[in-house]
Design a protein around this ligand. Structure first.
Ligand code: PRX
Length: 654
């Protein structure tokens, strides 16, 4: 790790207090929030124990709040028993049974409404189906589905019987699917014939067949949901249609009460190196923070229509689609398709038609839609929206401003939520009725969360705006439990510093004069230019602040004198120019970065492309960009790129 602190170069002074419109109905006031902070400060464990008792139904109440005897393998509420599906569904049956739980919209525009009563029945039927397939508590089940209601039904059904699900994003290849099946030793795969995405069919069953061709001996059966109806092959003795498997199953299914520490799911994250890690989450602690953050950060209320656009293949689709909103009795929107099909108005059209009140998406989607111009969102009625959110990467201040002005009409607070697959739920985020937000900052740690920025020695950095390592100094309920099957990797990756006392998030961050957090990027991405350590986020934000620029990614390229030089990839709002260092636009953008940040951050090179290379979860593939900047041969897997034709553009060949 590098020796020096990370310098901050981003200057952002704009402040946005919550609008009076929002305050009229918001539930968490400044006074109540202060009480929560006070309680958490007085006794963190008592605070979480109180929350756990009031927010969840326990079949066996816990008597121990936190067992730290085998740290960093923390065990929350270890002697309590509960069931997640019961907490999400059965609890709604008394007063809310006929309320819509899910509004599903398919890629092709087909819409379904599912009430809590119907959802409960469908989950119970499918849970009984799983039992009939021989699935019991602790068995692993792979879910490889399109973004349809049945994906959530499958997850909830697993939770109901204590089976551990691992959802694999439908865009992943056969070999990724196979790796996950083998690592989990899953007994069952739940998939579909295919899914619809942007007018095309995504082959899910045939990809599953390829994954299962060799190895994967643990798999005994494959349940196939019929979504597209196109031709697929079924292997007799192994494959069964969902509807056939469900025949004659009862809609009563007693939940299996599990220990709070029983794994609810495994979710694989791919880091920049090594094989994907199976992040293991608990039942009780995980659900608790899914619920508390729905209340504190999303201010969820009975009348809300909540739309988190994430796929269930990511943690966001677990916590804020499949679990948190249902456990708080919300109505959610589930969407199978993409934001640009049939046109770039799809999100806004759906917000209008389904009267969405809370909208949560990723900066990458926002930037893609900015590129399409303001006329599109301006032609829809977005007046029902009351709260907006973002997640997944730092949002550039200019993208934040667009979201605020064009989508939120200056009326909707924006919650910029910092968290990770490993943290299970939001950790640093605004409280919408209280926090005065600043574009690009995820603001303050939530009650009960002890986030800090420290130096290499683990000492807190108290100088404003000096960057360092983002850490958590206390365990929290929804924290990762371990890496599936690899306790050592869990310890090495997340607790390597400070005698294993602090959770290392792997992000660099700074705090401003008011103590607000600003995420500067992943530690691995920090550039070192002439001895100055610069986060990628700030240079990218400076570029995006130029009116011509839609998106930017910055990486370091080895440089004889400076150590590293800044290398920028830029997507313009208009036509892609040929580029070249003497090109007028390139000079203009270099000068712009010089003005915004300082000469040190001026890119040595700028390449223009129609798009940036992204992972399936929308994160920029920086390792690939570094390889290209160095002029090295590409060895990374680029088969998952939506648009492979951008590679020669990034390489400057066309
Ligand atoms: O670098 C941070 C970035 O995304 C990482 C976590 O990625 P993942 O596990 O895929 O989970 C994404 C959804 C929670 C973090 O380490 N990140 C996430 N949210 C933000 C963010 N960076 C800045 N601001 C955010 N709001």
């Amino acid at each position: 790790m590098a020796q020096d602190n990370i310098e901050s170069t981003l200057h952002e002074d704009r402040h946005f207090p919550p609008s009076t419109d929002f305050l009229k109905t918001a539930s968490l006031s400044a006074d109540k929030l202060n009480t929560l902070y006070e309680q958490a400060k007085n006794d963190n464990q008592v605070f979480w124990a109180d929350q756990a008792r009031s927010e969840m139904d326990w079949q066996t109440p816990f008597t121990t709040t936190l067992d730290s005897s085998n740290a960093p393998f923390y065990r929350w509420f270890p002697d309590g028993k509960l069931n997640v599906s019961y907490n999400c569904l059965d609890r709604q049956l008394k007063d809310n049974a006929d309320k819509t739980a899910i509004i599903f919209e398919g890629d092709q525009g087909d819409v379904q409404y599912i009430s809590y009563r119907q959802l409960h029945a469908r989950v119970c039927i499918f849970a009984n189906t799983l039992k009939a397939q021989g699935i019991t508590k602790g068995d692993r089940v792979i879910i490889y589905m399109p973004m349809i209601a049945e994906a959530v039904i499958a997850m909830q059904a697993c939770a109901r019987i204590g089976a551990i699900h691992s959802v694999v994003f439908g865009g992943f290849s056969a070999s990724s699917l196979k790796d996950r099946i083998e690592d989990t030793q899953a007994k069952l795969v739940i998939t579909a014939d295919g899914g619809h995405r942007g007018g095309r069919i995504i082959e899910l069953k045939s990809t599953t067949d390829s994954a299962l061709e060799s190895g994967c001996d643990s798999v005994e059966a494959v349940i196939v949901f019929k979504r597209t109806g196109h031709d697929i092959s079924m292997q007799s003795g192994r494959d069964v249609w969902w509807s056939d498997a469900e025949q004659n199953q009862s809609s009563d299914c007693e939940p299996v009460w599990v220990e709070a520490t029983h794994p609810l799911f495994l979710l694989y994250t791919s880091g920049s190196t090594g094989k994907p890690k199976g992040i293991q989450h608990s039942t009780g602690g995980y659900l608790l923070n899914a619920i508390t953050t729905m209340r504190w950060v999303f201010d969820i209320q009975d009348s809300d229509v909540f739309w988190c656009t994430a796929d269930v293949g990511w943690i966001t689709g677990h916590t804020y689609v499949a679990y948190g909103p249902l456990a708080t009795g919300a109505t959610i929107v589930i969407f199978e398709g993409v934001p640009t099909y049939p046109d770039a108005g799809r999100f806004w059209d759906m917000c209008e038609r389904h009267a969405v009140t809370i909208f949560y998406t990723a900066p990458t989607a926002i930037r893609a839609l900015i590129k399409q111009g303001d006329d599109i969102p301006n032609s829809y009625d977005l007046s029902k929206l009351r709260l907006l959110g973002t997640v997944g990467e730092p949002i550039n201040p200019e993208a934040w401003m667009w979201y605020h002005n064009v989508i939120g009409k200056q009326r909707c607070p924006i919650v910029d939520t910092w968290w990770q697959t490993e943290t299970g739920a939001h950790m640093i985020a605004p409280i919408p009725a209280v926090t005065i937000t600043k574009p690009g900052s995820c603001t303050r740690a939530l009650p009960g969360i002890d986030a800090a920025v420290v130096n290499e020695q683990g000492e807190e950095i108290t100088t404003a705006n000096q960057g360092g390592y983002l850490v958590m100094r206390q365990p929290w309920p929804s924290m990762i439990q371990t890496v599936w099957g690899d306790d050592q990797r869990y310890k090495d990756t997340y607790w390597p510093m400070f005698d294993g006392k602090y959770y290392l998030a792997g992000d660099s961050a700074r705090r401003d004069e008011e103590g607000f957090f600003w995420i500067m990027g992943r530690i691995d991405d920090v550039l070192n230019v002439s001895g100055h350590r610069l986060g990628t986020m700030e240079i990218e934000s400076a570029l995006v602040a130029n009116p011509l620029v839609a998106e930017a990614a910055v990486v370091g390229k080895p440089h004889e004198i400076k150590g590293e030089a800044v290398f920028a990839y830029v997507v313009l709002k208009g036509e892609r120019p040929a580029g070249g260092i003497d090109d007028e636009l390139t000079q203009q953008l270099r000068a712009w970065v010089g003005d915004q940040i300082g000469a040190i951050a001026k890119p040595d090179d700028i390449r223009y492309a129609d798009n940036l290379p992204k992972t399936r979860s929308g994160k920029i593939m920086r390792r690939l960009l570094r390889t290209i900047a160095k002029g090295e041969e590409i060895t990374q897997d680029t088969s998952t790129l939506e648009n492979e034709s951008i590679l020669p553009q990034l390489q400057g060949k066309v």
